[in-house]
Design a protein around this ligand. Structure first.
Ligand SMILES: [Zn+2]
Length: 361
């Protein structure tokens, strides 16, 4: 998820803070500062490292203001990247065509087309405008993997107006616009005779995050993983609505999938992620080779998807919390009374902390 510019948010935040302050004072009739300090809201804000960030996050994900900002971001991105932020190519696996659609400043939506039945599935339609030849599609089905983040679901309603029979899938725990088919962990969805998507419940980034795995067995090829904001090339999403243990469990779901699975993430973060990985694990040879390739690709604004899970397991630090090389690089050791899973969660937490600092500097 990419939040809109802070310069845009600040006037709204100031306005919201002032209104919120007046409201709180009115409700609690607390003119004295000591009363404010003891209020539940102040205690809650004191527990968060960046209260303003969480106010912005809530406004963005839970209110109409978020949608207004999302539309503004879409307009700005279209002006900045009239042909999309990256150049992409379709991948065809035995008649199933997967088209990455670059939207906003670094997001990808995906269109999966069964060329035999002319049926299309759209994953994360944040922007309904890019033209990928929908007019030829007989049936149109739409899936959302990320609940309440407009950079993944902001185009739902517009697409639904255009394709009235389309279905919108996602987790009911998330505030997905236009949701028609709520999903649970391990649910399967069949589209025609050859496309079978399995949904995995993977909380951590958001409380209802879901990833989708179209099964490759029916196609005689590799499976594809649409990983949303859980896993990126050499990275993972921020833990906005979950802790490290929850995120680790979700990442282990990805780690348990076949090595030849193709990874289609929700963002083009490869270059930044691999530069961070190089800082964390400077002796990782596979990661160095991948970074060289990614720098070449990005030099020409070419898309870096898909990678395979076999590759990711070798260089993505967030899928390597079991690796002793990584433990040594981070300077961490398992404590005597600490079980293996708790230790790995601590490794993940430390990695995420370092990545957040790396991103902010
Ligand atoms: Zn995102």
């Amino acid at each position: 998820m990419a939040l809109p510019d802070w310069t845009v948010y600040l006037p709204v935040l100031c306005f919201a803070s002032v209104c919120g302050g007046f409201y709180i004072c009115r409700v609690f009739k607390c003119a004295r500062i000591s009363a404010w300090k003891n209020s539940p809201i102040a205690k809650l804000m004191a527990r968060t490292e960046k209260p303003l960030f969480w106010i912005a996050y809530s406004l963005y994900t839970r209110t109409k203001l978020g949608y207004i900002f999302h539309k503004r971001q879409m307009r700005k991105a279209r002006e900045r990247y009239p042909a999309g932020h990256s150049r992409t190519q379709p991948t065809i696996i035995n008649g199933i065509k997967i088209i990455p659609v670059p939207i906003l400043s670094d997001n990808y939506s995906y269109v999966v087309i069964d060329t035999a039945s002319n049926m299309a599935v759209v994953v994360d339609p944040a922007d309904p405008q890019p033209d990928v030849g929908f007019s030829n599609i007989v049936q149109f089905v739409q899936i959302n993997r990320i609940l309440n983040e407009k950079d993944h679901s902001g185009g739902n309603r517009a697409l639904k107006r255009r394709y009235r029979s389309c279905r919108v899938y996602g987790n009911a725990m998330d505030n997905i616009p236009g949701l028609t088919h709520p999903l649970s962990d391990q649910d399967t969805i069949d589209f025609g005779t050859r496309l079978r998507f399995r949904a995995f419940y993977t909380p951590g980034h958001t409380v209802g995050h879901i990833i989708y795995l179209p099964d490759g067995r029916a196609l005689g090829g590799p499976s594809s993983l649409f990983s949303g904001d859980l896993v990126f090339l050499s990275g993972c999403g921020r833990m906005f609505e979950g802790n490290a243990s929850t995120m680790l469990s979700s990442l282990d779901t990805v780690g348990s999938l076949n090595d030849d699975t193709l990874l289609w993430p929700g963002h083009e973060y490869a270059e930044d992620n691999l530069l961070f990985a190089a800082e964390v694990e400077p002796c990782n040879v596979v990661q160095k080779q991948k970074l060289l390739w990614v720098l070449q690709q990005r030099g020409q604004r070419l898309c870096t998807c898909p990678s395979t899970l076999a590759e990711e397991k070798q260089y993505n630090p967030f899928l390597r919390s079991h690796s002793q090389d990584l433990h040594r690089a981070l300077g961490l050791q398992q404590k005597q009374d600490e079980d293996w899973t708790s230790y790995r969660a601590r490794v993940l937490e430390e990695l995420r902390r370092r990545k957040d600092i790396y991103k902010d500097r």
